[in-house]
Design a protein around this ligand. Structure first.
Ligand code: NAP
Length: 284
């Protein structure tokens, strides 16, 4: 079935790959970004792939922008079948050296942005008794990683948010929820995070610096094993768009699977926990 798909954060990386691959599958794709002047890379990829994409302004940190974008798509299409909450940003800094405004910003982009977009599409999906919200989480939403406590906390929040909606909105209104959990991805995410670190006070300081340096050495040694291309991860996401009974959570690589194994082995896709919660809390 040809679906109407809205992707956030499509100017680069994973969002850009998802937009092109979903359009290639025949879906009607609305590729959104906060700054439409940054659409040229996606336009070039879409042209090379021979696919048509609609471009739309959407800043996940602005409720007005989200509302306007959703209204525009509903006006044109009458529905949104799939929302892909992809926009996100990294942040590295130990708690002692982070400022509260920075913490609020990390939560705003990575968690509240997901909430703003989901809140705006949900009335339409509930009315239609179908739809799918795919949130791009991270293995960092299941396993905490050094110096990323705020980014991981935001992605943990996305996990809890997704799991909770899946336990009562799905069985009652037919709207599905999935959190996709990539490991490392070769995108501009890392360099944007380092630039942000420079802008917000530079390298971790004092006793944290040697620990941080050791962490960077260890992370670099992991190398290719821990990293996927955005195209590879996009293939997993786009398969999920067409899945009639999608999983609640989904890792995208063997490395990610192993990292999370101790937490996910008993219930890899979240279905067993959902069944238990539906039974115990909703008599379903
Ligand atoms: P990326 O290339 O930096 O893409 C992030 C996208 O989010 C950019 O298009 C960026 O737009 C957009 N964005 C940031 N703030 C926004 C806002 N307020 N409103 C709308 N869009 C906004 O990085 P990526 O790797 O593709 O990241 C995509 C998703 O994957 C994120 O949710 C990230 O947390 C997740 N993830 C990444 C990795 C990794 O290692 N790369 C691993 C696991 C999960 P601008 O161009 O305007 O900045």
């Amino acid at each position: 079935m040809r679906k109407v798909v809205l992707v956030t954060g499509s100017s680069s990386g994973l969002g850009k790959s998802i937009a092109v691959q979903a359009a290639h599958k025949g879906h009607k794709v609305y590729a959104s970004m906060r700054d439409l002047d940054r659409r040229s890379a996606l336009e070039a990829d879409a042209k090379a792939a021979g696919v048509a994409i609609e471009y739309i302004q959407l800043d996940v940190q602005s409720e007005d922008s989200v509302t306007a974008a959703i209204a525009l798509i509903i006006g044109a299409e009458g529905r949104i079948d799939t929302l892909i909450n992809n926009a996100g940003a990294g942040y590295i800094r130990p708690t002692e050296q982070a400022t509260l405004p920075d913490v609020e910003w990390v939560m705003d982009v990575n968690f509240k942005g997901v909430v703003r977009c989901t809140k705006a599409v949900l009335p339409h999906m509930r009315q239609a008794r179908r739809g799918h919200v795919i949130n791009i989480g991270s293995v960092g939403g299941l396993v905490g990683q050094p110096f990323r406590e705020f980014y991981c906390a935001a992605k943990f929040a996305v996990e809890g948010y997704t799991e909770t909606l899946a336990c009562y909105v799905t069985p009652h209104f037919g709207v599905n929820f999935t959190v996709v959990e990539p490991g490392g991805m070769a995108t501009q995410f890392g360099s944007a995070m380092r630039t942000r670190m420079e802008r917000t006070g530079g390298m971790p300081k004092g006793e944290y610096l040697p620990i941080y340096e050791e962490h960077i050495r260890a992370a670099q040694a992991l190398g290719a094993e821990a990293s996927q291309s955005p195209g590879e991860v996009a293939r997993v996401v786009v398969r999920c768009i067409d899945d009639a009974a999608p999983p609640i959570r989904l890792r995208t690589s063997e490395w990610g699977e192993q990292l999370c194994d101790l937490k996910t082995r008993a219930d890899p896709d979240g279905q067993k926990s959902r069944d238990k919660v539906m039974h115990d809390f909703l008599n379903l």
